[in-house]
Design a protein around this ligand. Structure first.
Ligand code: PLP
Length: 353
């Protein structure tokens, strides 16, 4: 709090990202990063981009990256926007589509950045119920609203809605924008991409941070009707003309060009995930049926916060949230097979006591 701060900032509680510990040797399963390195072609492209051209500003229209993504998804480049992480695109989207006089909707258990953006811009919101199993009450999206945003698959519950459910939400809200945050879609859920040519109110947001091992590069993308993309460009042009640097452009283009590496690493993660779910169930944990690169788990007897602390003492970092609805759970990122073996062995020790 400070008298020098705006009223709105004084009332705002910023989002707190998962810890990035300095301690070496920790098994880091707390921020849904990919355990595999970026594609070697990405590394090479970025090294090539570190040259004298860095004295020049990057392309403010992100042309080459947008063309690459458009051809990857069989879209026109007018249907593609890129930004400095999908967090930035979400922040732009809230300003681009939502107003101060009508509440927007998002699930009550969801990405905790949404209420922060809403408060930053003074956009009112209501939440849609999520039951004990993590299922979103889709019918609650059919009430009057000023816009909708939800992750699919949802975070931190790891559960996906079907394409039919997403279409129902989009088609019953034709006079507002529906933003579908597909940060984890590459790990086995259905993308809403087949809907964007039919629904000019649908914006899909994706990221290179999770399935393409590039959290450190900060690249996200949005796909939708050219008019929705133009709105994002207007917000961008009112904030910062150069959100992606030259090195990020080069790395992100190469990431979309190495399809084989992408398919290999994402299927490895899904394989390790499905094996880990069984092992966790065998030692008595409840695990949500995940369509992501993380698991939402709970133990009937031992408190989540205690498991979190014991794992931490053993050098394994997972995520625990303290909000009332989510505090019985832990969110555990899928790491390498060896990291998951270490997790299972520590958990078995913690839970027998
Ligand atoms: C990780 C995540 C993001 C943010 O990703 P960046 O592109 O790294 O900013 C957005 N939405 C959800 C639901 C996420 O989990």
């Amino acid at each position: 709090m400070s008298n020098y701060w705006s009223k709105r900032l004084n009332e705002l509680e910023p989002y707190v990202p998962g810890e990035q510990p300095r301690q070496a040797g920790l098994i880091k399963l707390n921020t849904n990063e990919n355990p595999f390195p970026p594609s070697p072609r990405v590394m090479e492209a970025m090294k090539q981009a570190v040259n004298n051209d860095l004295r020049l500003y990057p392309d403010p229209t992100d042309e080459r990256l947008r063309t690459t993504i458009a051809s990857y998804y069989h879209l026109s480049e007018k249907e593609v926007f890129v930004g400095n992480g999908s967090d930035e695109i979400l922040a732009f989207a809230f300003r681009a589509y939502f107003d101060e006089d009508r509440p927007i909707l998002f699930p009550e258990i969801s990405y905790s950045f949404y209420p922060v953006y809403a408060k930053l811009y003074g956009i009112p919101f209501r939440t849609v119920p999520v039951d004990e199993s993590g299922a979103i009450d889709v019918s609650a999206f059919f009430q009057d609203n000023g816009g909708i945003v939800f992750p699919n698959p949802n975070a931190p519950t790891s559960l996906a809605l079907s394409l039919e459910q997403v279409e129902e939400i989009v088609s019953r809200n034709l006079s507002q924008v529906v933003v579908v945050d597909e940060a984890y879609v590459d790990f086995g859920a259905q993308t809403a991409l087949p809907l964007i040519r039919r629904y000019p109110n649908l914006l899909i947001v994706q990221t290179l941070s999770k399935s393409r091992s590039l959290a450190g590069l900060r690249v996200g993308l949005a796909l939708g009707h050219p008019s929705l993309i133009e709105a994002l460009n207007r917000v961008k042009g009112s904030f910062n003309s150069y959100t992606l640097d030259r090195v990020a452009h080069a790395g992100a283009v190469a990431a979309f060009e190495d399809e084989e590496y992408f398919q290999h690493t994402r299927s490895e993660i899904m394989r390790i995930r499905d094996r880990t779910i069984k092992q966790l169930q065998d030692i008595g944990l409840w695990v949500a049926p995940s369509s992501t690169n993380f698991l939402w788990v709970k133990h009937g007897r031992v408190d989540a916060e205690e498991i979190y602390s014991r794992l931490r003492e053993a050098g394994i970092l997972v995520r625990h949230f303290s909000a009332p609805r989510v505090k019985p759970y832990l969110r555990i990122t899928i790491g390498t097979e060896a990291e998951m073996d270490a997790l299972i062995s520590q958990l078995s020790e913690i839970l027998v006591r």
